[in-house]
Write a protein that binds this ligand. Structure first.
Ligand code: FAD
Ligand code: DLZ
Ligand code: SF4
Length: 507
């Protein structure tokens, strides 16, 4: 009995389900295909990362004596689709069995389900066991991450002592909202210069995807499990202790702050989520990192990442069509260039084009908040986030974008929209100093665009928000406002929205 075992580009884990029971005579298939490289205009760095990691993974399997069928993008026989490559390999090798692991994305799952005779195994690399989220969510009117996270802490015994949370609290978020003082400079993360395999991929991507957004300059991502582990050790030693304090902080010219940068290798399968949580927990136990940092980090992996995945599979395919706030505007051109006078947006977008990376608060409270306030269409915003971040796969990108950032899911991921004016951005960053706009102004021609857009957003949706206890306060403040000021705010917002509709020119 021989088997053909498919491993997708984000399934690069030694323990991936498709490889369970691997036997002599079996073949492992990995295929670089245009279908996956081009279904959205992925950032060049993201394509390079995925293909370089696939080639290294295949080489490591081959070095262990496994028969690997590796299809390169420029192979003239390449059908350029995953299903096509399974069928081609299957007709050439005539295996007795076809095996794959359940893909992360609904789109790919639908394509693979169409392949006759393909056995699709559960992806067991997540911390919520198969069916766990559905069981937890069943019968609940609202799903709240906090309660799911507590269940996950109990299930895995992470940061637990005698059935209680270590430190007597589940959550240290209140301590994790500091602005970065001018005299603290986050240490540069450990980086990984390309070897010859990666260099070849970089040349391929530069030639084939020249019209895709982003830059390959200085490509230095970890593309093997060993390098990903080394990058994570560097985080534990140098950034985890401050991760909590400055989790929400933003600063110009400081793209990575104290963040871990694990999302890209973790989502590729190069790291194991439970290992990351246990290693962070050990740093607390050894007295090398404070609890607010360690709990804050573990919450992201054990809580948010698993919760987001649960929401995705529970609500797809309907989730992809949700537009609860009836947003219609196209994405202004500066989302692809960073060329805007709004310094916060310019910083977040330029570092995204350079590194394929922005940290959570930049994604949520800068580019996401702008898209929310400006009423940009969720399809366009989803496509942008899926394309430009090197860690982006629909299962994790979409509930974060459509749900958390845009509230287009009507409140499944978050009970209220994360809408904020310039005051929040000014509180959490140094962007406003040196911005062409004045954050203290709301209605003048050089007033911070976030201010008028914020109030216009509240006014546009006041009927919906009045019924939401967590949004009642801004709605009341809007009602109490002097009508002359209300009119001035709405006029300024109308000017900005016109500019947005004109590709963002002049903004
Ligand atoms: P850290 O800040 O160091 O956090 C540690 C890890 O926790 C992350 O690596 C990630 O695995 C996990 N995590 C943290 N927050 C979340 C979250 N909200 N959802 C899921 N996992 C989380 N994350 C992705 O992995 N892929 C995406 O495509 C993606 N798109 C996003 C889109 C929007 C609009 C927003 C608001 C968030 C998005 N996130 C996404 C979540 C989060 O912003 C990134 O995981 C994080 O910024 C990656 O950087 P890091 O590895 O340095 O994370
Ligand atoms: C993201 C990506 C890219 C750019 N290229 C490939 C590829 O050539 N071959 C492949 O198997 N996978 C690729 N991927 C990852 C897939 O898109 C990913 O498996 C799906 O998004 C499911 O999560
Ligand atoms: Fe952003 Fe407004 Fe601050 Fe400028 S003033 S950086 S646009 S929040």
């Amino acid at each position: 009995m021989s088997a053909l075992r498919l491993v997708l580009g984000d399934q690069l884990s030694r323990n991936i389900a498709a490889l369970e029971g691997l036997a002599p005579g079996d073949t492992v298939l990995l295929a670089e295909v245009l279908g996956e490289c081009g279904y959205v205009p992925h950032h060049k760095r993201k394509i390079a990362l995925v293909l370089a990691a696939m080639r290294h993974f295949a080489a490591a399997l081959a070095a262990r004596g496994v028969a690997v069928r590796y299809v390169r993008l420029d192979d003239p026989e390449n059908t350029q689709s995953l299903a096509g490559e399974i069928l081609r390999a299957s007709s050439e090798l005539a295996p007795d069995r076809l095996i794959a692991t359940m893909p992360g994305e609904y789109r790919v799952a639908a394509a693979l389900r169409g392949v006759a005779g393909l056995e699709l195994r559960e992806d067991t690399r997540f911390l919520a066991p198969p069916g766990y989220f559905a069981g937890w969510a069943a019968g609940k009117q609202v799903l709240r991450m906090e309660f799911f996270y507590r269940e996950m802490r109990r299930l895995h015994g992470v940061l637990m002592a005698g059935g209680q949370p270590v430190g007597g609290q589940w959550n240290f978020d209140a301590e994790n909202r500091r602005k970065l003082p001018a005299d603290i400079a986050p240490p540069a993360p450990r980086r990984f210069p390309p070897d010859s395999i990666t260099a070849e991929v970089l040349a391929l991507v530069a030639a084939r995807f020249a019209d895709h957004p982003g830059s390959l300059e200085g490509f230095d991502e970890p593309v093997t499990a060993r390098d990903a582990a080394s990058g994570f050790q560097d985080f534990l030693a140098h950034r985890l202790p401050m991760f909590g304090d400055y989790q929400d902080a933003m600063a110009a010219g400081t793209p990575f702050m104290f963040h871990s940068l694990v999302a890209a290798p973790l989502n590729l399968g190069l790291l194991d989520p439970l290992d990351l949580c246990r290693a962070a927990e050990a740093e607390f136990a050894a007295g090398r990192a404070p609890l607010n940092a360690v709990e804050g980090f573990i919450r992201q992996i054990l809580g948010w990442r698993e919760f987001i995945r649960g929401v995705y599979w529970r609500h797809m395919p309907d989730y992809a069509t949700r537009n609860a706030l009836a947003a219609t505007r196209a994405l202004p051109a500066f989302y692809w260039t960073g060329e805007t006078r709004m310094r916060c947006m310019a910083e977040a977008i330029s570092q995204t084009m350079r590194h394929g990376y922005a940290h959570h608060i930049q994604r949520l409270m800068i580019t996401g908040n702008f898209a929310l306030l400006a009423g940009l269409h969720p399809d366009a915003v989803d496509e942008w986030y899926l394309a430009v971040y090197i860690d982006a796969y629909e299962w994790v990108e979409m509930p974060n974008t459509r749900g958390m950032a845009l509230h287009a899911d009507g409140g499944i991921v978050g009970s209220k929209p994360y809408a904020a004016s310039g005051a929040y951005i000014n509180r959490m960053s140094n962007y406003c100093t040196g911005c062409a706009y004045d954050v203290a102004e709301s209605t003048s021609p050089n007033a911070c665009p976030f201010n008028a857009l914020y109030w216009d957003f509240i006014a546009r949706h006041e009927a919906r928000f009045a019924a939401n206890p967590r949004m009642a306060m801004p709605v009341r403040s809007w009602h109490k406002m002097d009508p002359v000021r209300q009119a001035a705010l709405r006029a300024r917002a109308a000017t900005i929205l016109d500019m947005i509709e004109n590709e963002g020119a002049g903004l």
